[in-house]
Design a protein around this ligand. Sequence first.
Ligand SMILES: O=C[C@H](O)COP(=O)(O)O
Length: 252
Amino acid sequence: MSRTPFIAGNWKMYKTGPEAVETARILTQLCSNVQEIDVMIAPTFLSLPLVAASLEGSKVKIGAQNLYFEKQGAFTGEVSADMIKAAGAEYVIIGHSERRQYFGETNALVCKKIKAAIEVGLKPILCIGESENQRNKEKTFLTLDKQVSDGLKGFGLDELKDLVVAYEPVWAIGTGKTATVDQVKKVHQYLRSLLEKLFSKDFADQTRIVYGGSVKPENVKELMGIEDVDGALVGGASLDANIFINIINYDI
Ligand SMILES: O=C[C@H](O)COP(=O)(O)O
């Protein structure tokens, strides 16, 4: 089963609107010859409509970094799936470890957010990953199992057709510590078999599982060479288009 590689940049809380538009413009130019790879960037909510407009006709796709599951209402400071879709997003990152860690997001909340995304036709990127403590206590697989099983609870196969799973060990995010090839291989294999157990073999075969955590031009080729790694979710190294393009062009 061939899966189109997915290389995504999560811009987190970086870049003003004009800065985001400028980086997107440069990235579009740099990506003009990129083929058979889905490239996505996720700017802040404020920059989303500006960047989406600037990407018209570009190969670069756009996503949001979060959403709130309610359709509308008195939820000060929150943004709904409808609003994100209307702003031009195609994807949405859900359950990033920074949301879980700093904003108390639980697997149950993540599940509601995925439902809200699917209902409006946004493609969800479900982020999962163990903390250093969980890994040291040999609870990596247990943690991931729960994050996937609870996060995807109650969905039918057709609803999850555009799902992307992002494995991001918390201890590797923004730390410069990348998981070893062996660690990544074991987890991605495990996740693929978990998707098969929970849903079906076809579903497991077609779903992209990407790796995140200190991905950079120097290590991306090795990571992308691992069986069952279908792409990368990149933080810091996606902020500069001239660096990010070297991750996107990992195979050149
Ligand atoms: O969403 C991206 C991840 O948090 C990875 O961030 P990083 O590449 O800066 O380690």
